[in-house]
Design a protein around this ligand. Structure first.
Ligand SMILES: [Mg+2]
Length: 266
């Protein structure tokens, strides 16, 4: 029995080195609401559906307290809704400068297709946001067989429904013949909850958080420390394997196939 499909995340995995677009939009809307947030607060819940992501930030004790002090009352659902309404156009405009494919993606995907793999995707973005990315990615040489957004299933990550929907559309089973590849802890949980193998992306992803230019300007020992931290986080979330980028995943897929052949399951 061989592997049959790969489900990729988008930001930090296929496009947007360092997963910078969501961070920029989140910092901007909280700042405009009078309650600036810190980078780690913006990154902590990366990967979940964007509305839930904003609600989770509002529940952080530090943010809740700062909000209460500035607005004279703790954040309400109405506040979360209005932040989300402000977020949507900000995020769409941030995507315009963060839609570049990460190095090696079209090459690896072509090789996977040649092996007969189906290519699915999941995301924390809404359908209009993902449609923009899909069009930009297609111009650069990447077109998945199928894509699912959180608003099209009962719940986004860490629930497995987006992976299930991909598997149904791609007509692939059993789920242990599929691999989820993403750059955040909830990507790993999503894959595990779906019964798939998981690969956590470190160097190009949210946990390191650097653009390609920033990464290249970072000294080697510092790069090493950043990657070690990302590996630790993703392995703690249940990643079966970690890789610097999608470009390095093919050898891992070979290892997974060898394990399947020996009767091993995720
Ligand atoms: Mg991501």
């Amino acid at each position: 029995m061989k592997l049959k499909g790969v489900i990729f995340d988008w930001a930090g995995t296929l496009v947007d080195h360092g997963s910078r677009a969501p961070v920029a939009a989140l910092l901007s809307i909280f700042s405009a609401a009078g309650v600036p947030i810190e980078l780690p607060e913006a990154r902590q819940f990366m990967g979940v559906a964007k509305k839930k992501h904003i609600e989770n930030i509002l529940e952080l004790p530090r943010v809740r307290q700062a909000w209460s002090e500035f607005h004279d009352s703790p954040p309400s659902q109405i506040d979360a809704d209005s932040l989300y309404a402000a977020f949507i156009p900000q995020q769409l405009s941030c995507l315009e400068s963060h839609a570049e494919l990460i190095d090696g993606v079209p090459h690896v995907v072509a090789r996977l297709r040649a092996r007969g793999f189906k290519i699915g995707t999941t995301t924390g973005y809404t359908r209009p946001m993902l449609d923009y990315l899909l069009a930009q990615a297609a111009r650069q040489g990447f077109e998945p067989d199928f894509s699912v957004c959180p608003d099209e299933v009962p719940a986004g990550r860490p629930a497995p429904y987006m992976c299930y929907r991909n598997a149904i559309h791609l007509e692939t089973y059993p789920l242990w013949t599929m691999v989820k590849i993403g750059d955040t802890p909830v990507d790993m949980e999503e894959g595990l909850n779906a019964g798939m193998w998981t690969i956590g992306i470190t160097g190009t992803g949210n946990e390191v958080g650097l653009t390609e230019a920033e990464w290249e300007a970072t000294p080697g020992d510092q790069q090493h420390l950043l990657v070690m931290g990302a590996e630790k986080t993703l392995l703690a979330a249940g990643a079966h394997y970690v890789a610097h980028s999608v470009a390095e995943c093919e050898a891992i897929l070979d290892s997974i196939e060898a394990r399947i052949h020996e009767g091993d399951r995720p």
